[in-house]
Design a protein. Structure first.
Length: 406
């Protein structure tokens, strides 16, 4: 019999994290389609209408700014909820679980940044984009993994998701510290007061979403005027959302965090991210020479994503497993681990977002940023798929470190 403290697997509600692993990652595929459609439109006769529409102003912001500053705040709210869930009660809840994806994420952020800086060292203004190739796009990468089906064990999808969540946490930190405008102390003070109020209603046991969402909307407006990027209000709000745990039932469906996460996920996956991709991925390639991709910024981004990600993630993960610091994901081998490391070079959403922040005042550079992100992401997706495709025929024996006897 199953006791009340140990609910059956059938009765236990699943989290968005597990739902991502079990779904067909339709959102990731839709993101690819939206990006491809944006490129098609930007190079068609209706391109002037496409670019003019993005520049339409209302409410004090252009349509593109509403998408990148307001709509994407929902994406960052979902990212924050997932980070909190996994750190508190999920795949990152203990240090042993954090070691392998944590080391991989660290290598996957440092090495791409070093490659980008090396490629652009001779042009100091270009160095603003150092963080562009440090990000991993979880929706794209999981979409590719799902297309590969059973060739990839679930443990590697867990590894990829955990790594991407740590990666997102790193990206949020980078945005907060390195891509912040001149700060407005009064607005920052108001933001701090709102966060205290949100923390207070959490401590008071309020579990209805309305107070959090109302205060969160005000927080977004305040942060927008504070000099800190407005989307970070979504992450800050997520940290105040109550998460309830029950013995033997970590994914309590009554938890506000659980309900809000599941409510947001389809809107973000099927609306917010495709709109962001369509609005930002359009690059007019007409008249652009093939050598454009070999200029410093696009090449630094493309090499950072394609080479830097795989080198940084796989090398540290390999060292961690070989030295016994961490275990290789269950039923996986080093070839599969390498293939997933390559896939982490798909940095589309967050890389584009950081690139737009880095060169917000240089629209003429933004096309090069988009070109580098697209080239690096496409190459990573293709090579990662090519490495993982034949793995279904390979041995699934787990790889463990050689430890001394006794």
């Amino acid at each position: 019999m199953t006791s009340q403290l140990e609910p059956s697997q059938h009765d236990r509600p699943s989290s968005v994290f597990r739902g991502l692993l079990e779904s067909e990652a339709t959102g990731g595929i839709l993101l690819m389609v939206a990006a491809a459609f944006a490129l098609l439109v930007a190079n068609s006769p209706i391109a002037p209408t496409y670019f003019a529409t993005r520049d339409l102003h209302f409410g004090g912001l252009s349509l593109l700014h509403w998408i990148n500053d307001a709509l994407m705040a929902l994406f960052f709210l979902l990212v924050g909820l997932e980070i909190k869930r996994e750190l508190v009660d999920g795949q990152l809840s203990t240090w042993p679980k954090r070691i392998l994806p944590g080391l991989g994420a660290a290598g996957g952020m440092v090495v791409p940044a070093v490659i980008y800086v090396a490629m652009n060292a001779g042009t100091p203004p270009n160095l603003l984009g150092w963080a562009i190739p440090t990000a991993t796009d979880i929706a794209f990468a999981l979409g590719v993994l799902r297309l590969l089906g059973p060739r990839v064990p679930v443990s590697l999808k867990v590894f990829l998701t955990a790594l991407a969540i740590i990666d997102d946490l790193g990206a949020v930190t980078i945005i907060a510290f390195f891509y912040t405008d001149q700060l407005a102390p009064l607005w920052l003070g108001l933001a701090a007061l709102l966060l205290v109020a949100l923390w207070g209603i959490n401590r008071a046991g309020v579990i209805k979403p309305a107070p959090y969402l109302v205060l969160g909307t005000i927080l977004w407006f305040v942060v927008l005027n504070s000099g800190v990027h407005a989307t970070l209000a979504g992450v800050a709000l997520a940290m105040t959302i109550p998460m309830r745990r029950s013995p033997g039932r970590p994914d309590d469906s009554g938890s506000l965090l659980h309900r809000l996460e599941h409510g947001l996920q389809p809107w973000v996956a099927y609306l917010v991210l495709p709109i962001f991709a369509f609005a930002n991925a359009g690059v007019d390639l007409r008249g652009m020479s093939a050598s454009a991709v070999f200029s410093d910024i696009p090449l630094g981004i493309a090499l950072g994503l394609f080479l830097g990600k795989q080198l940084g993630i796989f090398s540290l993960a390999w060292i961690a497993v070989r030295t016994g610091i961490a275990d290789c994901p269950r039923d996986a081998n080093f070839v599969q681990l390498y293939g997933v490391s390559v896939l982490c070079g798909v940095g589309f959403t967050m890389s584009l977002f950081i690139g737009l922040l880095a060169f917000a005042d240089a629209p003429h550079i933004q096309d090069g940023v988009k070109l580098g992100v697209l080239v690096g992401s496409i190459c990573s997706a293709l090579l990662g798929s090519a490495v993982l495709m034949p793995c279904g025929k390979m041995s699934k024996e787990p790889v463990v470190a050689d430890r001394p006897h006794g």
